[in-house]
Design a protein around this ligand. Sequence first.
Ligand code: ZN
Length: 274
Amino acid sequence: MSFRLANRAGQAVLLDGENYWSLGISSMEALFRLDELHHRWAKRGAPDGQASPAELGPPVPDPKQVFAYGLNYRDHIDEMDEVDYLGRTANEAPVVFTKFPDCLAGPASPVKLVGGQCDYECEMVAVIGAVSRDVVQAQAWDRVAGLMIGQDISDRALQVAATPPQFNLGKSRESFGPTGPALVSPDLVDDPDDLAISCRINGELRQNSRTSYLMRPVAEIVSYLSSVLTLHPGDLIFTGTPGGVGHAQGLYLKPGDVIRSEIEGLGALENTCV
Ligand code: ZN
């Protein structure tokens, strides 16, 4: 199935460049009507208008569940351990936490910093397209509606405020989950398991990797999570961030900083810190 689904003022639209086509349903409803999205995408004629990134909200504004994988790129494990020597390793079991859905924001939304240790993490986000339980890896991609870019903005101070560290609140402050610009069906990218991913702060390249370096790729993630619980249409999975985060370099986000996150075939997010 092919489509690029975006959220314009809470309403589902198909988005191709800046052109949009209204679907007449809410963004969440669209996740349950993927066949229809596919047919509308194939037959889109003259667009209904043009949407600037600032007009777009998160493609999936109100998911039932938002999962995030920690420590899923080798170079990120190494850089984090150089800061505090907690002995992070490639764990036998995945490190999974949640971003509470209220933190989700649009592709050009401002990031509201709190304190002096907020950080960026550019990630590929997989969105579930069907009720899924005990899915084998070979069929896992069939359960993925599409992919989008996500920023797992993190308040490092809050993340480690308790012992043992718990991530959920530190990664769920208001505006800490920019996503978008559109939910792109996997067939519309060259190879969903090997896409260039990068993050720039004020134009300076900080993260630069490929999704082929994911230690646990999308199929394994979906299979594993579905072995524990039921996944639902619209559930988000942040798949992990490559090396180059600010925490490892003592370079935290400051008001005025512009975070540009890009993934090959999925577009870009541009979020300004306030
Ligand atoms: Zn992350």
